[in-house]
Write a protein that binds this ligand. Sequence first.
Ligand SMILES: Nc1ncnc2c1ncn2[C@@H]1O[C@H](COP(=O)(O)OP(=O)(O)O)[C@@H](O)[C@H]1O
Ligand SMILES: [Mg+2]
Length: 297
Amino acid sequence: VSGLPGSIRDAIAEKLGNVGSVRGVSGGMVNDAAEVDTSSGKVFVKWKSSAPHGLFTCEANGLSALRGASSLSIPEVLLVSDPPASNASRFLVLEWIDGHPPRDRSAFGRRLAEGLAELHARNAAPDGQYGLDYDNYLGSLEQINSQAATWTEFYRDQRLGTLLRLGERAGWLSRARALRLGALMQRCDSLLAHANTQAVLIHGDLWSGNFMSAGETPVLIDPAIHYADREVEMAFVELFGGFPPRFRQMYEEAMPLDPGYIDRRPLLQLYPLLVHLRHFGEEYGPAVDAVFDLYGV
Ligand SMILES: Nc1ncnc2c1ncn2[C@@H]1O[C@H](COP(=O)(O)OP(=O)(O)O)[C@@H](O)[C@H]1O
Ligand SMILES: [Mg+2]
């Protein structure tokens, strides 16, 4: 972790009072981060010299939207700097969360599972549309949220279709994989349809690095919000592990998933797997191919 740039330190001092000691924070996938003492208290700062214009605004909007929609803890946004000039410093200042492991792991897991179910249950899209009225980011990747009236159309075109085009153009998706992906996209309608599809607000990037524990209190960070079928959130959760034991069971005790989720899950995991293929390369090739194999394309 590199040190906090002087320009960011000065900007924080101007808004939040004198800056004292600065300690690097690790654990993120994308940005540099630090714990910063100011005269108005300790804050969390994340920045990246190459952050695209809009990235931190989107993250701040996502955090604020989740804070308004969920009873789970979400850090308060204290400052966003996202100027259009390419040489300007872009950063985000959040309320500091005192992360420490829960004493009662099962109580923590239950709170997180029930909180997530409540987020999904209480926040159906007002217009019933999947997507969002603006594009945002999944990590550093631009996430297209153009709205659609049905889940299968949204997932096929905005999630898989966008990566198909991007991957072919940029060259990280082989010809063979592009053909298999195209074939699978044609089957999305039949494979992803189920009884109770509904557009609900999801965190959108819920892997184990994007929730924290403040003791027994779960805290959500680093969202990529949009309105989606909640199954895609659970598929993310289950892709890389790291969640409390029996997490899905506890979620389903609060709000059951439709029958057949397990059969749809690999297809829903294809989006994050393709994002990983793009970002990390062939390490993720076999997992992507396994999804194609599973559906026989
Ligand atoms: N508000 C906060 N207070 C304290 N620590 C935080 C806060 N937000 C994030 N962190 C820590 O910083 C790490 C990276 O944060 P994250 O927002 O996920 O960054 P990235 O965009 O790089 O993935 C997290 O895993 C967590 O440990
Ligand atoms: Mg993160």
